[in-house]
Design a protein around this ligand. Sequence first.
Ligand code: SAM
Length: 314
Amino acid sequence: MKTMQDKYYREIDYARISITDYCNLSCRYCKSEADAILEKQVSQKQLFNLIDVLDELKFRKIRFTGGEPLLNDWIVSLVEYTNNKEHIKDIGLTTNAVLLDKYLDALIKAGLKRINISLDTLDDNKYYEITKTNYLQRVKDNIALAVASELIVKVNVVLLKGVNDNEIVNFLEFGRLNNVQIRFIELMPIGENDDFIKDKQLNIRDKFKNYQSREKKPNCKDVSDYYIDEYGYCFGIISPISNHFCERCNRIRFTSDGKLRLCLHSDNELDIYEYLNKKEELKALILNYIKEKPEKHYLNENMKANKGMSKIGG
Ligand code: SAM
């Protein structure tokens, strides 16, 4: 069997798996007061079954996320299990890095290849303002640990108008000095925090007009556009709204309560919870449902998803 294709001939070979909807930060744009804890939680065995099926479907890349994936003790065994599969070659993790020191060595030994660390400010007061916690120094220390390891490390910064959009130069310096790639991400309208998000949204491309852009290789699957600063430091921007990349979207998502979601920005989901114990049926369901993957998101037509990122898996 070849890699799966959807009806727009996109190869679907990348799955993001949320392993918990709990998070130890309370980022204003991500978590909402109205967010109830999900009713169900898939078990470790169900996740192993899912990984078996994704491998049989020739998925190439798996990224574990959440909520905060390091709040789930299964993370190391999940990475190890995935690493022993035949087709899945690339295993990533998205984390706020608060607990990274506790897991880093074990994750690398288990086969983790890459890690995306979310950090929106380098300023203590703003870190508190955004996350309602005081973990900034711990996160910086953990970024340094990750950079010193063999992992591919990226730091993702969501730009928020009037909050951290004056920190671009500081982040570029941080990236340069710490030898880590920074990627600036456009704030997306998603979840329940409409008013906050509307107020903080900006067209990220306007912010980088004065930087030199770097050519991409043809057929590159990477969703970032790359720019170079005056020191030759290369950084990425991800602009799902002002320059969407739906035609290159190769991913699907699994939520921690057992739903399959084909597009971040569409609340259409397939409940696969009970099939996570029946691998053959699960495989058939995924194969069939892939055909429903929307051609693109409709954010620019004011259609957004109501489920927040912490519940979907970022
Ligand atoms: N807890 C982990 C972390 O912080 O990386 C993983 C989950 S978190 C939902 C994943 C990413 O989604 C974070 O980088 C967060 O900034 C991003 N995110 C959440 N809501 C977003 C939004 N409305 N627009 C853009 N990015 C968002």
